[in-house]
Design a protein. Structure first.
Ligand code: BG6
Length: 471
């Protein structure tokens, strides 16, 4: 079976500045740099972000390898902590400007479209300590200043911009479930942070519309969408899934695309006494500055059931999961290494949801992928990782994505996480996701079987599936 994709489809991969560059020559520490300094034992094998995949030093060789695996677009992010010297004034760091100019030009030299994101969890730690990070609207304005500098410097060559990657992860990780520094547990603060990041994104979009130099320039946001499915057909499980969708997906999707927050969610947060502080002026700004394009990171679905305690019973602290419980569905397919369910059909559900409920906005899969630990298990005699499981994983997701496209969803691309195995937050180098492997001791990079396979798909713009391919 051959499946052809739309013309000019983005065949690419995504990484981020903090996960690939290494800390070399960086003026400021971000929250993760700092966290590693004070609590290295929180990171897998105590490996921190100091070297990452050495992209700061080896970007020319790395981009040449990305070309070899057929990528026509690559996302990375500009680090606030590298580009800006004085965070209050927004003054530029000369080496930071030189570096990002060189990187962008190198991508263009190979005819790879650089897709640039502005925040991939990497808040400068000084702003966390001085102002409470995203809890502060002053930090929102400093972010907009940084964003403006990026548009002024690079929008002559960069067409596709994104304000944030997975802002929901900042809310969950840093303010609810303690997997990001500063590991606060505070539902009310979490809700304010979600609002403030929505505001920061809208303000950055407004700045883009004033400073962008490129007639084809577009701006968007990258959201991790995890469709929530109820455990059973019961009313209670249905209500749990409904709230989980409003909270995990709608909190950023609605303001980003529709310019307002879902009324039902607002009234629940209000009733629970945790609603954000907002002004009329800010809400108008959010309304007027919606995105042009959406990036969707999809890894796994979310199965939910009714909460074990009644949402109306008194709890000391507000937590969103008072409205739902996670449900381990028997018989689900798992990526056992990462502990995530594999459910490619969800990509079709996402495509249809965007088509029907979000104005069929142009969107792309900005991350999808399979993290596998101890991948050297799959090395063959020629030193190549035989990652057939990754080829299968990508094929199944592309299959369901194409069904969504055939049904009218406006999807224009697919990016794997990630081009070259990179460092990842708390998990460091535990889970490998790339088309290209990286020996973290020698920084020798080698194309995996999936990299050569993907090149073929990208060149033909066609996915070829075996006759016995199981949906
Ligand atoms: C995505 C993030 O959610 O997951 C990436 O955007 C991250 O930054 C990726 O690296 C994989 O995470 P992990 O922890 O499995 O390596």
């Amino acid at each position: 079976m051959k499946i052809e994709f739309p013309k000019n489809f983005w065949w690419g991969a995504a990484t981020s500045g903090p996960q690939s560059e290494g800390r070399f020559n960086k003026q400021h520490a971000n929250v993760f740099d700092y966290w590693y300094e004070i609590e290295p034992e929180d990171f897998y094998n105590q490996v921190g972000p100091d070297v990452a995949s050495n992209f700061y030093n080896s970007f020319r060789e790395d981009i040449a390898l990305m070309k070899e695996v057929g990528l026509n677009t690559v996302r990375t992010s500009i680090q606030w902590t590298r580009l800006i010297d004085d965070l209050e004034m927004g003054t530029l760091n000369e080496d930071g400007v030189r570096f990002y100019n060189d990187v962008i030009n190198e991508f263009l030299k190979y005819d790879i479209k650089p897709v640039i994101n502005l925040c991939h969890f990497d808040l400068p730690v000084e702003l966390q300590h001085k102002y409470g990070g995203w809890e502060s609207k002053h930090v929102v304005n400093l972010f907009v200043k940084f964003a403006e500098r990026c548009f002024q410097l690079f929008s002559d060559r960069v067409e596709d911009w994104f304000t944030f990657n997975e802002p929901m992860v900042i809310v969950d990780g840093a303010y609810l479930y303690q997997f990001h520094y500063p590991k606060i547990v505070d539902g009310k603060k979490a809700v304010q942070v979600a609002y403030n990041i929505n505001l920061a994104s809208a303000k950055a979009i407004a700045a883009f519309r004033k400073t962008n130099k490129n007639p084809d320039g577009r701006i968007g946001i990258i959201l991790n969408l995890t469709p929530s499915y109820p455990a059973t057909n019961s009313k209670e499980d249905g209500a749990a899934a409904h709230f989980a969708n409003l909270w995990s997906n709608g909190l950023f999707l609605n303001p980003s695309i529709k310019g307002n927050f879902d009324e039902e969610l607002v009234s629940i947060l209000d009733k629970d006494g945790v609603l954000w502080q907002a002004t009329e002026e800010e809400l108008l700004l959010i309304q007027e500055n919606t995105i042009d394009v959406l990036g969707v990171n999809f890894y796994h679905p979310h199965r939910v059931k009714q909460p074990s305690i009644s949402p109306n019973s008194l709890t000391v602290d507000w937590m969103p999961n008072k409205y739902y419980n996670h449900y381990d569905m028997p018989g689900r397919r798992m990526n056992v290494d990462k502990g995530w369910e594999i459910y490619p059909q969800a990509l079709y559900d996402i495509a249809i949801n965007i088509r029907d409920n979000y104005g069929n906005i142009p969107w792309f899969v900005s991350e999808n992928g399979m993290g596998v630990s101890r991948e050297e298990r799959y090395l063959d005699d020629e030193n190549m990782i035989q990652d057939d499981y990754r080829i299968q994983f990508i094929s199944e997701h592309l299959f369901w994505l194409k069904k969504g496209i055939d049904n009218g969803s406006n999807c224009f691309g697919y990016h794997l996480w990630t081009p070259i195995d990179c460092w990842s937050w708390k998990n460091a180098y535990r889970n490998r996701y790339g088309f290209i492997s990286n020996d973290i001791h020698t920084q020798v990079k080698t194309i995996k079987k999936s990299g050569y396979w993907f090149k073929g798909v990208a060149e033909k713009n066609t996915l070829e599936l075996a006759d016995n391919f199981a949906e």
